[in-house]
Design a protein around this ligand. Structure first.
Ligand SMILES: Cc1ncc(COP(=O)(O)O)c(C=O)c1O
Length: 395
């Protein structure tokens, strides 16, 4: 067994050694700027275009519809602001959900200053967004809808294709076209990413969520989709994202995606069995323990709980002392005691939501590690409840 147990794969994953190997030559020998005309540059350019084709194969699109970015946050910002600004003469209304990642929520909020308004769709107790609600929210001013494919905190998988169909049909009935974007950052290498089956115009991915490097993302933009670039400078990425391309990271992102998709069946099965071992070992066995999110429509690697009478941050510290890395709420909000906006939107009380814990398994975890967690975690919770005198589950 390793000297720590890593259960925070939704925050980030280690880079697969095969991906590191694929990237290495592009830091040293094959370092040319892909915009150059000489052979060294053309070798970088070739590697980048090969990477684009690999990604396009997975998404079921043409390579020209794939843009490499500096991460999922950048891809979300570019998609939402780029789509909204390009459509500003058609309308000023956006639709998203209350449980999106902050890269989406804050991009929508930033557009308030430019005269846009956003509807934040409610979710049900399992975190599901209703296609009917989404369609009802469409107005004669709506220009863009952005709904995540899978939630990063509770792992709920959203019916993106149904939502897209519903909002587009409603928009067509109003005599207009709208853009549908999905943030699929948590779904890379795990769920079907075919953009036609998802019925989306734009899609976001982050390589570090599927054993690729950090700082590189993928933005799919369907041909013909209105888009105003958000980063100006050189003509890279067909004038859609200026800046010298980061070839080693791009090569790494594509190789990581290729491997993740190739090994998707085995990894999903492995993760599902570990996830269910966690859920079955805690819910119904630890008093005041609840599963957050949908029981079956959830990412194979995600187990998210609330434990009454404890603070999630204290549980994290207790786990860390036992060599177990996990997360409370999402990684980005860790360190703050605000209840998670996702749990709050699902109707979990603030009191219960502060006791949330996210355990996300990965391909290198094994049953022995899960059993260690199942042995240690109930003890930590019990001790914290005794110390705080809050042994009684919250009603
Ligand atoms: C759903 C979702 N969107 C966007 C992001 C942002 O990714 P990055 O920090 O790589 O830009 C994350 C990362 O946690 C995420 O889970």
């Amino acid at each position: 067994m390793k000297d720590y147990i890593y259960l925070d794969h939704a925050a980030t994953t280690p880079v697969d050694p095969r991906v590191v190997e694929a990237m290495l030559p592009y830091f040293t020998e094959r370092f040319g700027n892909p915009s150059g005309v000489y052979t060294l540059s053309q070798s970088s350019h070739g590697a980048m275009e090969e990477a684009r084709e690999t990604v396009a194969d997975v998404l079921g699109c043409s390579p020209g519809e794939v843009i490499f970015t500096g991460g999922a946050s950048e891809a979300d910002n570019a998609a939402i602001k780029g789509g909204a600004f390009a459509m500003r003469r058609e309308g000023n209304h956006l639709i998203t959900s209350a449980i999106e990642h902050h890269a989406v929520l804050h991009s929508c909020q930033a557009l308030d200053d430019y005269g846009f308004e956003t509807t934040y769709l409610d979710v049900d107790a399992a975190g599901l967004i209703s296609p009917e609600d989404a369609a009802e929210a469409v107005t004669d001013r709506t220009v863009l809808v952005t709904i995540m494919l899978a939630n990063n905190e509770v792992g709920t998988i959203e019916p993106v294709a149904d939502i897209s169909r519903a909002v587009k049909e409603r928009a067509w009935a109003l005599g207009r076209d709208i853009i549908v974007h999905t943030d699929a950052a948590q779904a890379g290498g795990v769920l079907d990413l075919n953009v036609d089956r998802l019925e989306v115009d734009m899609l976001t991915l982050a390589a570090h969520k599927f054993y690729g490097p950090k700082g590189v993302g993928i933005l799919y933009i369907r041909d013909g989709t209105p888009f105003t670039p958000q980063q100006h400078g050189g003509s890279q990425e067909k004038n859609r994202r200026a800046g010298t391309e980061n070839i080693p990271l791009i090569v790494g992102a594509a190789e990581a995606l290729r491997l993740a998709v190739e090994e998707q069946g085995t990894n999903n099965e492995h993760c599902t069995s570990l996830r269910d071992r966690l859920i079955d070992g805690l819910v119904g066995r630890v008093e005041g323990a609840y599963l957050n999110g949908h029981r079956t429509l959830r990412l194979p690697n995600n187990a998210n709980f609330c434990f009454d009478g404890v603070a999630g941050e204290s549980v994290l510290l207790g786990l860390d002392m036992e060599g177990i890395a996990a997360s409370s709420g999402s990684a980005c909000t860790s360190g703050s005691m605000d209840p998670s906006h996702v749990l709050t939107a699902m109707g979990v009380s603030a009191e219960r939501a502060v006791g949330s814990l996210r355990l996300t398994v990965g391909k290198s975890n094994d049953g022995e590690e899960i059993d260690k967690v199942l042995e240690v975690l109930p003890r930590i919770i019990q001790r914290l409840r005794e110390v705080s005198g809050a042994a009684q589950p919250v009603g």
